[in-house]
Design a protein. Sequence first.
Length: 87
Amino acid sequence: MKAVVTVIGKDMVGILAKVSGTCAEKNANVVEVTQSVMQEYFAMIMLIDISEMTCEIIDLKKAISEKVPEMQIHVMHEDIFNSMHRI
């Protein structure tokens, strides 16, 4: 099972470290990451393996949001993500 994590907001030091560290704390393995900085804005999409995760998706989102409160965070199960993009 996989999930998609998106992070968007003003760029600052340590975003990737905080998000990936939070995933590691919850035993969610980072599979793939793409990120861009456009002027002062940061955007990241992360694919994570949640098959061994020690919490629910909503709890992971809350934990990430607490680590980077100034960023907009979305965490979506892969099945929902795929269904939304088949239309």
